[in-house]
Design a protein. Structure first.
Ligand SMILES: NC(=O)C1=CN([C@@H]2O[C@H](COP(=O)(O)OP(=O)(O)OC[C@H]3O[C@@H](n4cnc5c(N)ncnc54)[C@H](OP(=O)(O)O)[C@@H]3O)[C@@H](O)[C@H]2O)C=CC1
Ligand SMILES: N[C@@H](CC=O)C(=O)O
Ligand code: NA
Length: 445
């Protein structure tokens, strides 16, 4: 093989153009790190040949015919940054069958078909790397598989979607509306082509499936992730949390213990003092608990052209090194364990924040607290604030640890009380306690 490595690029959008930028501007570093192997972009698959694009790609390289990339014998490595599942899967399979190495940023694909693609890559003696698929520019997959290879990971809590973190930051700090914040995230290139995947939590769920596979060797299917996006989050919830010393974040959580594995994505209240609460804008962070190492946090930009492209090109460097050493092969030992047991709702324990509107009448407080007593759940904090110009009071509590099934029962029981007008919201609470004055301003008796 010549020292020039031929690359075929599938896609030249936000991430693809970042890849071109890095290959052009970091040539010297890349040459040094790959042992003087030069890379040469030999074909670029796009959808629209006429589109005006930034960067210096020779337009003659553009094609709309995938075979011109997948079957070109001068292409050693295919970089897939086009997105989507079915076409991308077919293209990657075809490229692997033609003995081409793969680097992809596609979490949708790796969450759904990662196991089978890794097995195929292994059979073909090809590399298949996907660092950019989780938490953009943070080298989290490499940290789990290499840096923490000797440890037993028990829990990962992460902000793994840049779009929603950007939106929550702007809604909290600049009081932007949900729609304004989403539009900005789209304009900045953070959002998926269909942003419902971001705001409904599916993008984060895909990333957590990948993290659970690498961290725990767990085979968790997407539909087994407990999933709640941020579409129902209101400015009121955010403001209420702020008053109590909490920051609301869309959190991906993966945990394992003797009862099994749990993977969830949902808006969670984090104490302001917790490091995850200071992760703003499109930044991501993954907090990893290892039995031996204790707690570590990986932080960095989770979306955007250059940060994501950094991860892609670093994977390209890894592949080139393996090609030069003659050791290229997918790491199948990183594919999932078939016997993953999922925890049941009654075994999933957490603290919860519950906010409700109650009628400010005699006996209301007793009825509300009796729901908790009868469900054998106590609370850590309880506060009440009057609501302007109504006979209603706003009551919020943070429970002690309780199971997810018991939370459902408590919510139903509260909603059925005559003194409760509405259960406004409930959020999981993670990351320790905050110093909230207990039972403040209790008007309900
Ligand atoms: N944006 C980000 O911050 C991050 C993105 N990712 C992932 O990276 C991948 C790419 O994302 P991004 O760059 O933002 O996406 P874009 O929509 O900006 O770019 C997609 C590119 O792929 C081309 N393309 C899409 N479908 C086809 C097709 N069927 N045939 C030929 N060409 C096609 C498009 O062509 P044309 O230009 O002609 O329309 C475009 O150049 C996705 O998997 C995404 O999830 C991962 C981490 C972060
Ligand atoms: N849409 C994703 C892009 C990176 O994975 C996000 O916002 O995090
Ligand atoms: Na990454």
């Amino acid at each position: 093989m010549s020292d020039k490595i031929g690359i075929g690029l599938l896609g030249l959008g936000t991430v693809g153009s970042g890849i071109i930028h890095i290959l052009e501007h970091h040539k010297k570093e890349l040459m040094a790190k790959t042992g003087a192997a030069d890379v040469d972009i030999r074909r670029v698959l796009v959808r629209d040949l006429e589109k005006q694009r930034d960067g210096h790609v020779n337009r003659d390289l553009y094609t709309t015919r995938a075979e011109e990339v997948l079957e070109d014998p001068n292409i050693d490595l295919v970089v897939e940054v086009m997105g989507g599942v079915e076409e991308a899967r077919q293209y990657i399979e075809k490229a692997l069958k033609n003995r081409k190495h793969i680097v992809t940023a596609n979490k949708d694909l790796m969450a759904l078909h990662g196991d089978e693609l890794l097995a195929l890559a292994d059979r073909q003696n090809c590399e298949l790397l996907y660092e950019a698929s989780v938490a953009g520019g943070i080298p989290i997959l490499r940290s789990l598989t290499e840096g923490l290879a000797s440890d037993r990971i028990t829990k990962m809590i992460g902000i793994v979607n840049g779009t929603t973190n950007y939106m929550l930051t702007k809604m909290t700090q600049e009081e932007l509306s949900y729609d304004e914040a989403l539009q900005q995230a789209q304009e900045l290139g953070f959002a998926e082509s269909d942003p419902t995947a971001d705001v409904e939590g599916l993008d984060a769920a895909r990333k957590m499936v990948i993290l659970a596979r690498l961290g725990f060797y767990a085979s968790v299917q997407l539909d087994e992730v407990h999933l709640k996006g941020m579409t129902a989050v209101t400015a009121e919830d955010i403001a209420f949390g702020q008053q109590l010393g909490y920051t609301l974040k869309l959190i991906g959580l993966a945990e394992r213990n003797e009862e099994g594995v749990e993977v969830s994505v949902e808006p969670v209240f984090i104490p302001d003092s917790h490091p995850l609460a200071s992760v703003h804008d499109e930044y991501n962070a993954v907090y990893v608990y290892g039995e031996a190492v204790g707690e570590t946090m990986f932080y960095g930009p989770g979306a955007g052209s250059l940060p994501t492209a950094t991860a892609v090109v670093s994977d390209v460097v890894s592949v080139i090194r393996q090609i030069r050493l003659g050791t290229a092969k997918a790491e199948v030992n990183l594919s999932a364990d078939e016997e993953t047991v999922l925890k049941k709702d009654e075994d999933i324990y957490a603290k919860y924040f519950i906010r409700l509107h109650a009628h400010d009448v005699a006996g209301a407080f007793k009825k509300i607290t009796s729901v908790f007593t009868s469900n054998k759940v106590s609370f850590e904090k309880l506060i009440q604030l009057p609501l302007d110009s109504t006979d209603l009071a706003e009551v919020a509590m943070v429970t002690h640890e309780t199971s997810r099934s018991s939370l459902e029962k408590i919510s139903d029981d509260l909603a059925s009380l005559d003194v409760v007008e509405t259960v406004k919201s409930r959020y999981r609470v993670e990351g320790g306690e905050v110093d909230v004055p207990e039972q403040r301003d209790l008007a309900l008796v």
